[in-house]
Design a protein around this ligand. Sequence first.
Ligand code: SF4
Ligand code: SF4
Length: 79
Amino acid sequence: MVKLVIVMKTLKTIDKWCKGCGICVEFCPKNVLGLIDDKVTVQNKEECIFCGQCELRCPDYAIFAEENNYEQAGFNARQ
Ligand code: SF4
Ligand code: SF4
């Protein structure tokens, strides 16, 4: 039996760690992020390509992509 693993990614932000520097906003290639009241916000999540730039560039670890894996029974490869 072949198992299918479905990987779901979601952008997460941690408000109390965000200092509103805007680095992630500047580096995002898809204009997904913005700032409201000096906190990062995900404004356009459908456009996110999970390139990892925001997570990589944030000096305060205040934004990251959370990954959830789901296993699904697949098909029998010998059939
Ligand atoms: S993962 Fe990439 S596309 Fe998505 S918000 Fe971060 S920088 Fe933008
Ligand atoms: S780079 Fe980090 S601290 Fe700066 S605005 Fe983005 S999430 Fe907030």
